[in-house]
Design a protein around this ligand. Structure first.
Ligand code: SF4
Length: 301
């Protein structure tokens, strides 16, 4: 594997999905254009306030990378929602990648549902033809109650619409859900509505992580639930995951629950591996009960 410090100016911190560990990252924007989700502390610092990077700077960085690391095959466009950029600007970035990094086979980016609202299927198709083949969408939940409490700025409908639009354009979708997002009160609703969301949209990839709190997030999340938020313990998290998986009707979705926040690592393809995944979760519930583990997710961090 090549390791090379890319000639790119980053405004730290830079986040990327685990599966983009080997990708070259171009930070085409700084921060997140929404930046209000109560649980998210990724871009809350002043220096991470949302702003597109000047196009000329991005294009120059792509050209410089092409000169010194022409072997690159995967590119990730950061930060939180590179898809906030206009189709024109994204096209110009993708064309530059194609010109200067001709070995690139996959360009991906985080994407908020709202980022796709003003982009037509035809425009998305054009972006896909230029190399943008995968988007990561933090749906978090299919429950409108949970999304409202999180101040996500999206609904079941807006998320489903965006995922289906990307699908029509031939762009692969990686959807993220948050285990424990609804606390005890909305746990069942969260699992069932999230299953409905993925059943309707059939994403190519599905990942879950566990809700965890840092940098004042617990207070913000609690405030979103009007103080009525009881975090799930380990058994509650596993039971919610069981309900989610059992309610899924997926044809061919690669499922990963292996983020560092997960106490139980689950991997498989849904629906093929549904029965195995459910029995692994059942074994975990049994284990937690036998060992009387009162673990609360925020105590693990
Ligand atoms: S949209 Fe994503 S990056 Fe932006 S605040 Fe919400 S979770 Fe964080």
């Amino acid at each position: 594997m090549h390791y090379f410090q890319p000639p790119v100016d980053y405004i730290e911190p830079v986040f990327r999905p685990p599966s983009e560990a080997d990708s070259l990252i171009f930070q085409v924007t700084n921060g997140c254009s929404w930046n209000r989700c109560t649980f998210c502390d990724m871009y809350i610092d002043d220096h991470k306030r949302f702003r597109p990077k000047p196009e000329s700077d991005v294009l120059a960085e792509i050209e410089r990378c092409g000169q010194v690391m022409p072997w690159v095959q995967r590119v990730f466009l950061a930060d939180g929602d590179a898809m906030a950029l206009s189709v024109r600007r994204l096209s110009s970035i993708l064309e530059a990648i194609r010109t200067h990094l001709p070995q690139v086979r996959r360009v991906s980016a985080y994407c908020l549902p709202v980022n796709l609202k003003r982009k037509s299927v035809e425009e998305l198709q054009r972006l896909r033809e230029l190399g943008l083949t995968l988007i990561y969408m933090g749906a978090e939940s299919g429950s409108d109650n949970v999304l409202a409490a999180f101040d996500k700025g999206e609904t079941f409908e807006s998320t489903a619409e965006a995922l289906l639009k990307a699908q029509k354009a031939g762009i692969k979708r990686s959807v993220m859900l948050i285990n424990g997002a609804g606390g005890r009160r909305y746990s069942d609703e969260h699992a069932e509505a999230s299953a409905r969301l993925v059943n309707l949209t059939q994403p190519e990839y599905l990942a879950t992580l566990v809700l965890f709190f840092r940098r004042g997030a617990e207070q913000r999340v609690r405030a979103g639930y009007d103080g009525d938020f009881e975090p799930l313990d380990a058994e509650g998290l596993f039971r919610e995951m069981h309900l989610l998986i059992s309610a899924t009707e997926l044809k061919q979705t690669v499922f990963r629950s292996d983020h560092v926040s997960n106490a139980l690592v689950l991997k498989g393809t849904l629906g093929r591996d549904k029965a195995r995944l459910l029995s692994e979760i059942e074994a975990a519930v049994e284990w937690v009960q036998q060992h009387h583990i009162p673990m609360r997710q925020q105590e693990r961090f």
